[in-house]
Design a protein around this ligand. Structure first.
Ligand code: BTN
Length: 267
């Protein structure tokens, strides 16, 4: 039988202690989308660190207008609100640090080696373990607020055909073990807060380098689908602003701002 215990807000608050993410926790058994609510709260002046956590989303949002599906009580679904007062071209650093915090804490807890698939997916091998959706509002020349949403497959048993565009996996499927979602969430948020401190101090180098080292596609032959365009080449690097640089088949460097990437070789 599958044990499906709800998350306990008090446990999470206790574990978070003095963290900024303990300032304003909103726990929902069921919600449309945690990102949508966090974004609305951002517009209404909610404090930095606001954490919207849900067990189920009826309209979970993914990138490029896609949805995000997750079974109740088995995965992590949350969004956080930040107010970093950075120029908008640095927004990608926030996606980077959430991906890094998530990967590193998973690695510590269960030894899995997740990697980042540009721009914001968390993969194990060729399967998708999680995804990040970053949305933000700009006022003047700075980010007014940013919402980072994470959907992470933890104790879910993915069936055949799950994960529409990419095959999906979970920590349970990869390791055969269940993890405490509350403990994992607390660890991710504490690590994220440490990285966030570095972002605010302009110490990008530490995590930018680490993020690139965890990139699944660097050095690989890839195909990027961006709108109706399909571009093939070799993935060279990811720039600090989040754009992907590839060498196309004519040997020219091309910068790609967004798209879906498929890698063609494992070497
Ligand atoms: C993607 O892979 O396309 C990004 C998926 C992001 C899903 C998370 S689940 C929590 C948060 N709320 C949402 O509606 N989306 C994000």
């Amino acid at each position: 039988m599958t044990v499906t215990l709800p998350l306990q807000a008090e446990t999470i608050l206790k574990g978070l202690g003095q963290s900024i993410f303990a300032r304003n926790l909103l726990y929902h058994e069921s919600i449309g989308s945690t990102n949508v609510l966090a974004y609305e709260l951002g517009a209404q002046g909610a404090p930095e660190g606001t954490l919207v956590l849900a067990e189920y989303q009826s309209a979970g949002k993914g990138r490029m207008g896609r949805g995000w599906l997750a079974e109740r009580y088995l995965n992590l679904l949350f969004s956080i609100l930040l107010r970093p007062r950075l120029p908008p071209n640095q927004i990608f650093s926030l996606t980077m640090i959430l991906a890094l915090a998530t990967m590193e804490e998973i690695r510590k807890r269960c030894g899995l080696q997740p990697m980042i698939k540009w721009p914001n997916d968390i993969y194990v091998g060729r399967k998708k373990l999680g995804g990040i959706l970053t949305e933000f509002s700009v006022k003047g020349k700075v980010i007014e607020y940013a919402v980072l949403g994470l959907g992470l497959n933890v104790n879910w048993n993915p069936g055949e055909g799950d994960g529409l565009l990419y095959p999906a996996t979970s920590i349970l499927a990869e390791t055969g073990h269940r993890l405490s979602r509350a403990e994992l969430l607390i660890d991710i948020l504490k690590s994220l807060e440490r990285y966030y401190g570095k972002v605010l101090q302009g110490e990008f180098e530490t995590f930018y380098k680490r993020w690139n080292e965890h990139s699944l596609i660097i050095g690989r032959a890839v195909q990027i689908e961006s709108g109706t365009e399909k571009i093939r080449g070799k993935a060279l690097r990811i720039e600090p602003d989040g754009s992907l640089v590839i060498e196309d088949r004519e040997g020219k460097e091309r910068r790609i701002l967004s798209g879906d990437v498929f890698w063609l070789t494992d070497g």
